[in-house]
Design a protein around this ligand. Structure first.
Ligand code: CP
Ligand code: NVA
Length: 303
């Protein structure tokens, strides 16, 4: 088995390791704020492959590497030989000769598996159609900054059972909180991931009733109803109408419940302005923590 420290999915790491990464993230955030960052990544290069658009992931990884003395190369599908049919396996072998770590944002999780199999440097999952683990590390960090340990708390998700929801399921098991997902029957999270959570003894439930999921929650999450690559926008928007997080739904959560959204948001669709700009929303801290959480991930991967 490879001894490389890949960051592929939350459930592929144990709780101690995930906690170690979060502790590193908090430490690096404090050092940055105090102007005491060390050139931890001096001489190191991260290559980022983007087969889908990105604002936060791209900029936060780049700024994070640079703040700690490292370099970044960004490759997009259309501008590289990947777009002309060179395999992920061959790309992985070549990039491993130049770079110290590879981050990929892609559609098919099988491409992530190929990178893992053929790269000889750590690989980081920057989102696939199946999961978005970097996001959830930043989200847990944000929750804990505002409300203390997430263990034993109740987290609600209202909307599409998408890649971000899947990573929340992984996190519920590893970090020991309860997760209630409200979504239409046709848009449930991955059955395989739900089965895994059940087998692990996780406290994860799925309902079609948004009020049921949100009632008494410590944290309410929303995400876009139409993810990158989804073709059936009109159908989804119709199905997801009852899952919009508005003030009435938010009022069912605990009085001090936080609201989070990984962004980009479609205001008026999955969330109203009143909620996303309201006093319970921590979306800007959440977005900022992508930077710090990914520094922690990189520091762990690069040793
Ligand atoms: N939340 C998130 O991953 O944002 P980007 O798509 O802008 O990277
Ligand atoms: N579910 C969204 C997340 C974007 C960061 C998507 O995949 O488009």
């Amino acid at each position: 088995m490879s001894s490389l420290k890949h960051f592929l999915d939350i459930h592929r790491l144990d709780t101690l390791t995930l906690r170690e990464i979060l502790d590193l993230s908090v430490k690096l955030k404090r050092q940055q704020a105090a102007g005491k960052s060390k050139p931890l990544f001096a001489g190191k290069t991260l290559v980022m492959i983007f087969e889908k658009p990105s604002t936060r992931t791209r900029v936060s990884f780049q700024v994070g590497m640079q703040q700690l003395g490292g370099q970044v190369v960004v490759m997009s599908e259309g501008e590289s030989q990947l777009g002309r049919g060179e395999t992920v396996a061959d790309t992985a072998r070549v990039l491993s000769r130049y770079a110290d770590a590879i981050m990929i944002r892609t559609d098919d999780p099988a491409k992530l598996d190929d990178l893992e199999a053929y790269a000889t440097v750590p690989v980081i999952n920057g989102l696939t159609d199946l999961s978005h683990p970097c996001q959830i590390m930043a989200d847990i960090m944000t929750f804990e900054e505002h409300r203390g340990p997430i263990e034993g708390r109740a987290v609600a998700w209202s909307g599409d059972g998408n890649n971000v929801a899947n990573s929340w399921i992984h996190a519920a098991v590893r970090f020991g909180f309860s997760l209630r997902i409200a979504c239409p029957d046709g848009l449930r999270p991955s059955g395989q991931i739900l089965d895994w959570a059940k087998a692990e003894g996780g406290d994860v439930s799925v309902t079609e009733d948004a009020v049921e999921a949100v009632t008494g929650a410590d944290l309410v999450n929303a995400d876009t109803w139409v993810s990158m690559g989804d073709a059936d926008a009109d159908k989804r928007i119709k199905l997801l109408e009852p899952y919009r997080v508005d003030s009435a739904l938010m009022a069912k959560a605990k009085g001090d419940a936080l609201f989070m959204h990984c962004l980009p948001a479609h205001r008026g669709e999955e969330v109203t302005d009143e909620v996303i700009d309201g006093p319970n929303s921590v979306i800007w801290d959440e977005a900022e923590n992508r930077l710090h959480a990914q520094k922690g991930i990189l520091a762990w991967c690069l040793g």
